[in-house]
Design a protein around this ligand. Structure first.
Ligand SMILES: [Zn+2]
Length: 123
């Protein structure tokens, strides 16, 4: 007797952090998955959420400073943190942190992030 072999269809994507191609059976990962599972274990879930769901977030750096931001964009070992779009093509951060508003976002090394929070002031 021959068993029924079920062919598993795979989807492939390029990880935004390690830039390796990774595959998974269709429908087993959320559509908004942007990085491979090994990289996802090293990055706060709230920071990954900020990449696909603009809202209110805050993170702290290992040196103790913190940053409030609205959306994030991960590329390799860096993440660009942005505020809300200002209607002129820029995404300044809300607070005048560190003496600047960083109109096009602030790029931070992923390995310098100590913590991250989704909706630090509630939703
Ligand atoms: Zn990866």
């Amino acid at each position: 007797m021959v068993g029924i072999e079920k062919e598993v269809k795979m989807e492939y994507q390029v990880c935004l952090v390690c830039e390796r191609r990774f595959g998974y059976p269709v429908g087993t990962l959320p559509e908004d998955t942007i990085i491979c599972p090994p990289c996802a274990r090293k990055i706060p879930r709230s920071l990954l959420k900020a990449c696909v769901d603009p809202f209110s977030y805050a993170l702290g750096l290992v040196d103790g400073r913190f940053i409030e931001f609205t959306e994030a964009d991960i590329r390799g070992e860096w993440v660009n943190l942005k505020g809300q779009a200002d209607g002129h093509g820029d995404h300044p951060l809300d607070k005048e942190m560190w003496g600047h508003r960083f109109f096009r976002g602030l790029e931070v090394r992923l390995d310098r992030i100590a913590w991250c929070a989704d909706a630090p002031d509630g939703s």
